[in-house]
Ligand binder design. Sequence first.
Ligand code: TYD
Ligand code: MG
Length: 457
Amino acid sequence: MAKTKNHTVFFCKECGYESAKWMGQCPSCRQWNTFVEEPAAEAARPGMIKRNAGKAAVPVSISDISLEEQDRTPTGFGELDRVLGDGIVKGSLVLVGGDPGIGKSTLLLQVCRNLAASGKRLLYISGEESLKQIKMRANRIGAVSGELFFLCETNLDAVSGAIENTKPEIVVIDSIQTMYREDLSSAPGSVSQVRESTNLLMQIAKGYGITIFIVGHVTKEGVVAGPRVLEHMVDTVLYFEGDRNDSYRILRAVKNRFGSTNEIGVFEMAENGLAEVKNPSEMLLSGRPEGTSGSVVACSMEGTRPILLEVQALVTESGFGMARRTANGADYNRVNLLLAILEKRCGYAMGRYDAYVNIAGGLKMNEPALDLALIMALTSSFKNRAADPGMMIFGEVGLAGEVRAVSQAAQRVAEAVKMGFSSCMLPKANLEKLKEEKRIRLIGVSNVREAIGYLNT
Ligand code: TYD
Ligand code: MG
């Protein structure tokens, strides 16, 4: 990189793209109006080659790298352990993102409480709340005992000193956006501050073998404020999502160097903190209107776990020239595509109808296995014919209206059996590979029209 005379650079607030001049649209993430001007950090500029006088790095042969058992610590929350990939890994850096007020601080305080009770030494650093506020929250979640220390501080150099003195095994940084480093002139929460702060925390985590949880606030949907820069620096990225008006919260891994992603953990916010929801299917299906048109039960795989959920559709004659479509929790484009399939393959004049789709419980699902359930819900509402309330439905739908096989069919059927369903509609191709099942009636279908024939008359 050529050395510039500029003393400021421009960063994209969304993805951290760096540019010497201001631009309307970010060439990296294609967002508009996201560039902010910040002082250039000379020392941190990548691409500068420094001569490391006399010291050459020594590469290691792959056969000499020892693979000790990864040191995993259970958090006391089975739901969180699964999302992390079987507990906390020593020396890892975990980002917990989510909307303000969703329960990030509560979750981490409860994790600290569980770990302190099992004899760990912990340090909770808050840049947002006073010690009194933390104490008040701690009182809500129940008695805390053991070696759990608190610190209210936003200066990261002071924080790093405190970590060295306290020597904890696990550290929580409550909100990376409040932390700052003295040697940078930009404001806390700015892209360069967040990036440099995370850098320092990573050095601490790897250097001392301390696990660090970093809280990051999300400003816009799915984006931790400022930096997606953060996401590729840390080992694990967890998002805490859910409707603020609803008490259910979903913890989702979007990146994990020590386990699989796609795993979710389900929690419920109660009066005394977060409680685990061990059987999410039961919670998502409670209060379902049985025998009403437009409501069917689908199955989505979340990592290794099948989850049953209710898919609702409402199809009504359109009052205006343009049909209105909304998709809540499902993929909007996918819903439009399925409506087009119904129009072309079944001859329904969907263009003259408004269609509203909703996944009950505030979950977001975009697995193709949801297609058949969406088709059934839409048709059920369109024809005003209810589906069998004891039937669970899964399958992918292709453009020709064919029903295609999906993965992990056996697990999905097993979940339907567990939840007491009497029948299951699935792709014929999946049925042929399944073992005979006596506890549930399996209905194999090969195209959309065949599936629709199973709606009640
Ligand atoms: P908090 O953990 O402060 O959110 P974040 O750190 O993500 O900003 O959660 C705050 C919300 O949780 C607040 O609206 C109150 C609610 N809450 C409960 O309902 N029960 C509880 O026991 C606690 C501690 C919080
Ligand atoms: Mg908080």
